[in-house]
Design a protein around this ligand. Structure first.
Ligand code: PGA
Ligand code: ZN
Length: 431
């Protein structure tokens, strides 16, 4: 039993060099925990508020000194003396103190920093690894320790790069390997083959925000073809599949999806995606449609949901209320999970467990602006999430998560199992 004594938040920089919130929590027994909050670029309209200063004289208005002051002031005062292992009570207290539906007063970045840092401190106090502590703190009963299947974003488009591609992320997914370490190795080897192929085509091999390449290939089909060829050349045909994050809200203009310059209806673009999927072994598509096109999502899930995981990111924004609507209306069959979209661990865990109960797949995700914090690796294992999306095998803020998963898999030894294709309905299922 240890109580929160101090909260020390500060402005730190994310992987794009913009400010975000970092915080250390110190407990009465001397245990400490530190956390860094990530930050998105293609953010959903309904995400919790990332409080920024708006003072143009500092970091172009992107400073987070107000959020830091809220963490060090009001939040620190309110949580002082709170039992650190009671994470849900702590989060409820901070949500109530904020008093707004979107954490707009104190800032989701301030609240999440305290939430995550306290979890780390409490895990340290209990001398338990974070993944095991989170499972225990939320009363999750399972004897399985599932290492998530990584979804490695190897070609970046949309808002994350200047490749000119409409689709934001092209991912490789090692679904048919024996262990997480084997899966990551497959992903990393395919990535290196892809780099060689792009160089041979005289394409740039400089990387985008999530570590993927940003080649100026003309069409989306060309990207898919070069990925399939890279998988084959690396020796992983049938073992590594493809996935997309369209982030389609970014190319939804005046009621149409403008793909490669052509305006399409949601039914027409569903046909395009279906063609890509059947030809190139795509297992999931995230945000194929706009975040407010609920009827389009419903029709697409009815049409493609038996073949593909349709993952709601901007659609659900990790919000249990939006997810409940999606479950009721069968708008998707999977959810992307980002802690800072909702702003506390407790609400994030609820989104995951609600989704799992409804038979939705869950993918724990980084943001395009990241820190070296690998919290999501532990979260994915704690919740048996089945999949994790944390960029290319490149850039240390991305590798921090993959490397942490390697460490967890090794520590669990024979108790660990690899999720393989279980989140994607591929033949291998879980091993
Ligand atoms: P973001 O992108 O972190 O820039 O929002 C990631 C995603 O859309 O999944
Ligand atoms: Zn997304």
């Amino acid at each position: 039993m240890a109580k929160i004594e101090t909260v020390r938040a500060q402005e730190i920089l994310d992987s794009r060099g913009f400010p975000t919130v970092g915080a250390e929590v110190v407990l009465s027994d001397g245990s400490t925990g530190y956390a860094g909050v990530p930050s998105g670029a293609s953010t959903g309209e309904h995400e919790a508020v990332e409080l920024r200063d708006g003072d143009k004289a500092r970091y172009f208005g992107k400073g987070v000194l107000k959020a830091v002051a809220n963490a060090n002031g009001e939040l620190a005062k309110a949580v002082k003396g709170h039992e650190a292992s009671d994470l849900s009570g702590l989060d409820a207290k901070m949500i109530a103190l904020d008093g707004t539906p979107n954490k707009g007063r104190l800032g989701a970045n301030a609240i999440l920093a305290v939430s995550m840092a306290t979890a780390r401190a409490a895990a340290a106090s209990a001398k338990t690894p974070l993944y095991a502590f989170l499972r225990q703190a939320y009363g999750i009963k399972s004897d399985t320790w599932l290492l998530p299947t990584p979804m490695l974003n190897v070609v970046n488009g949309g808002k994350h790069a200047d490749s000119g591609l409409d689709v934001q992320e092209f991912m490789i997914v090692p679904t048919e390997l024996a262990t997480f370490a084997d899966g990551l190795r497959a992903g990393a080897e395919v990535y290196q083959v892809l780099k060689k192929k792009l160089a041979a085509l005289k394409m740039t091999t400089a990387v985008g925000d999530e570590g993927g390449f940003a080649p100026r290939l003309k069409t989306h089909l060309e990207v898919l073809e070069i990925l399939v060829a890279s998988i084959k050349e690396a020796g992983y045909e049938g073992k590594v599949r493809l996935a997309l994050d369209c982030a389609a809200s970014e190319y939804y203009k005046d009621g149409k999806y403008v793909l490669e310059g052509k305006p399409l209806t949601s039914a027409e673009i569903a046909e395009v995606y279906a063609g890509w999927a059947s030809k190139h072994g795509i297992v999931s598509i995230e945000d194929p449609l706009d975040e407010n096109d609920w009827s389009g999502w419903q029709a697409m899930t009815a049409k493609l949901g038996d073949r593909l995981r349709l993952i709601g990111d901007d659609l659900f924004v990790t919000n249990p209320e939006f997810l409940a609507r999606g479950i009721k209306e069968k708008s998707a069959n999977a959810i992307l999970i980002k802690l800072n979209q909702i702003g506390t661990i407790t609400e994030t865990v609820k989104a995951v467990t609600d989704a799992q109960k409804a038979g939705f797949s869950t993918v724990i995700s980084h943001r395009s602006g990241e820190t070296e914090d690998a919290f999501i690796a532990d979260l994915a294992v704690a919740l048996n999430a089945g999949a994790i999306k944390t960029g290319a095998p490149c850039r240390s803020e991305r590798l921090a998560k993959y490397n942490r998963l390697l460490q967890i898999e090794a520590a669990l030894g024979a108790k660990a199992s690899y999720a393989c294709g279980s989140a994607f309905n591929t033949p291998a299922g879980a091993r």
